[in-house]
Design a protein around this ligand. Sequence first.
Ligand code: ADP
Ligand code: MG
Length: 490
Amino acid sequence: MSERRHDPTHGEWVTVATELPADARADLARVLAGYDAFFGVATSYLLGVHAAPTDGADRDVAHLHLDICPPHRGAGKLKYLAGSETSGGAFLTDVVPGVAAVPAGGVRGCGGAGMSSALARTFRDAVGREPEGLFSAPGRVNLVGEHTDHNEGHVLPFAIDRRCRVAAARRADDVVTARSAQEPGDTVTTTLDALTAARGWSAYVLGTVWALREAGLPGAGWDLVVDSDVPLGAGLSSSAALECAVALALAELSGAGLDRHALARAGRRAENDVVGAPVGIMDQVASLLCREGSALLLDCRTLGVEDVALGLEGAGLEMLVVDTRVRHDLADGGYADRRAACVAAAAALGVPALRDATPAMVDHLDGTLRRRARHVVTEQARVHRVVDLLRAGRPTEIGPELTASHASLRNDFAVSVPALDAAVETALAHGALGARLVGGGFGGSVLVLAAADAVEEITGAVTRRAADDGHPEPVARVVHPAGGARRETG
Ligand code: ADP
Ligand code: MG
């Protein structure tokens, strides 16, 4: 696998001016699909063509290189050392043991056309005809603005470079079938009038079909096949990625005039009413509306959105998401209790929601209510300070705001747990610019902002600290701000 040598099977040279011969293209696709199947994800590969021989002379022939890159890659390391003689090798295999031990299902694939065409093949094999279209939607992480959503405040999520893909085709009857590469062997077949009875993973898919039809989606049944490299249940919103990919596919293929806000509402409705999870609309809005390289400032009262460029790459920064693998359950009392405290605090202050409260007003509350409300009010202010810093082109300076968010969530909102605190503390002690728990709390993930060259040390330190403390082994993933749901080609 690791050997780099010249394979003479296809002849030594191809003419630069013409395409690869069709048989070579087919063989190439077969080889790549083989690697994808072997790793269980779309494997990164680099195709290089250079003039041959590379002695500087002017020639009209080229030499084809195909470098297969392993999917395990050191966090914060160069993605590709581009250049046809130079890819692969040390830059792509230098992972720390904690990262190398990531379960196969959690590795990062490059996605893109390779995965999409593999999905089209899977659809063909399973359904027995061509898909009408391939669509994808990303997972997300919330930069700042935690527990502000249910107080009608602001959040600042960005979509990440991990996506759920769906291959879809309309049917003439009222049958809906759903398959997922993450649920092998479980083909779900139902009818349009039984969609809300869906349980388990298919409730996300069939619930979205139901909610869209409630919103006016025309037409009959569907065949749907999905495959995702958003890790499930890791706080990166694999559920919204799934709902939004399905929602965009159905809306586009049926020609329904539903805008992206309507699709987001349908995804949320699926999750609220069919899955039974009391989530807000942030994840779906982020998955559908984010732009590459930017976060999305979402006003949870008006659902108004604004792009905010992150500028991470230019500043040499990376975002690391550390899944502590300490699990929380949103149905647990803690989450409902915090929401109720916010409602009570708003009522005591005589405002519609805590979004409307000021720090001075909050000072009039007592004890627990005061602390809960203070988190929301100060978190709102942090969202706006982060936005201002980003708009001023100073992303390096947002770190302290993230760390202050964590302190507020721990001290005032009381939703942190030791594994989250340990990850934040350790990341900061090893050079992180900022770190905070993300999501509802009581477990889940920590978001770390760091210089690219500090990420590996932070990952190693956080992993060792978890072992020392007797916590589960965390899984660290570098995430990049990606674009929202889209139609895929291939
Ligand atoms: P998160 O959204 O943070 O990943 P959730 O608990 O909200 O976690 O959603 C995870 C659930 O969504 C999974 O347990 C599964 O039921 C469903 N899901 C997400 N992606 C897929 C997929 N590609 N195939 C099947 N089910 C999926
Ligand atoms: Mg979710």
